[in-house]
Design a protein around this ligand. Structure first.
Ligand SMILES: C[S@@+](CC[C@H](N)C(=O)[O-])C[C@H]1O[C@@H](n2cnc3c(N)ncnc32)[C@H](O)[C@@H]1O
Length: 231
């Protein structure tokens, strides 16, 4: 039986309540992807992918894409709007929709297995971790670690709200939540901080004025030089 949170996501898709969806590629993906440092032909996993245009952008960089998304409405819309005609097949507890180098497993992220992500070198997470209730996030990170190949890197984009009385400068470091969730499994490096409220303007999706956009690189080469932080 579906978790109440999963039912809510499915209902949101059916009712087209998808304010998180952007009608453009995420600017921090375009800005930071090169710093992840994976080969153009690398396989990239996009958890909780919705019908994000970021999938096609990554595909256009030459990557082989594998996503997972709970809602059939979202997966169907992604392929239809991308003018692709995927093959559908049963895949354990999931349904696999695939065309050439693009595969989306339709179903619950927690049903994905390690063999489904064989060959993946990088993960792109925008609003996946944060889409889950706080209580489920440690389980999300533990499952991600369990199913990813060992040397995988993650580009994690977050939007972090400023607390009352907290200045933008105070919120310029790595968040305690990100450190707490990932540091036991991955090296955590903050790549970029953006204090621009209008970063995601477009299609009605505008970030809160009292929030900060951050890009983290998780995992990767210990000896790599630190990347300068800028706004
Ligand atoms: C905030 S949206 C982000 C979508 C996409 N990453 C983007 O940037 O547009 C979160 C997505 O996760 C999906 N989702 C929620 N729980 C899930 C789960 N347990 N397994 C797979 N997908 C899930 C929802 O249906 C929704 O499309």
């Amino acid at each position: 039986m579906d978790h109440p949170d999963q039912l809510r996501w499915k209902q949101n898709w059916r009712a087209n309540r998808i304010d998180f969806h952007l009608d453009h590629v995420h600017p921090l993906l375009q800005r930071c992807w090169a710093e992840v440092g994976v080969a153009p032909a690398a396989r990239v996993f996009v958890p909780l992918c919705g019908k994000s245009l970021d999938l096609m952008w990554l595909h256009g960089q030459g990557h082989d894409i594998v996503g997972v998304e709970l809602s059939t409405v979202a997966v169907n819309a992604f392929f239809r709007e991308s003018r692709l005609r995927p093959q559908r097949s049963a895949h354990g507890a999931l349904e696999c929709w695939a065309q050439e180098r693009l595969t989306i497993h339709c179903g619950d992220f927690f049903a994905l297995r390690r063999e489904d992500l064989a060959g993946v070198s990088a993960v792109y997470d925008r609003a996946a971790l944060t889409a889950l209730p706080e209580a489920l996030r440690p389980a999300y990170v533990a499952h991600l670690r369990a199913i990813l190949p060992d040397d995988c890197r993650i580009l994690l984009l977050t939007v972090e709200d400023l607390d009352d009385g907290e200045s933008e400068a105070d919120a310029s470091g790595s968040s305690a939540e990100v450190e707490g969730l990932y540091a036991a499994h991955f090296r955590v490096r903050l790549l970029h901080v953006e204090h621009c409220a209008a970063l995601l303007a477009g299609n009605g999706t505008i970030s809160e004025p009292r929030s900060v956009h951050k890009a983290y690189l998780l995992g990767g080469d210990e000896s790599a030089p630190p990347v300068p932080i800028s706004d």
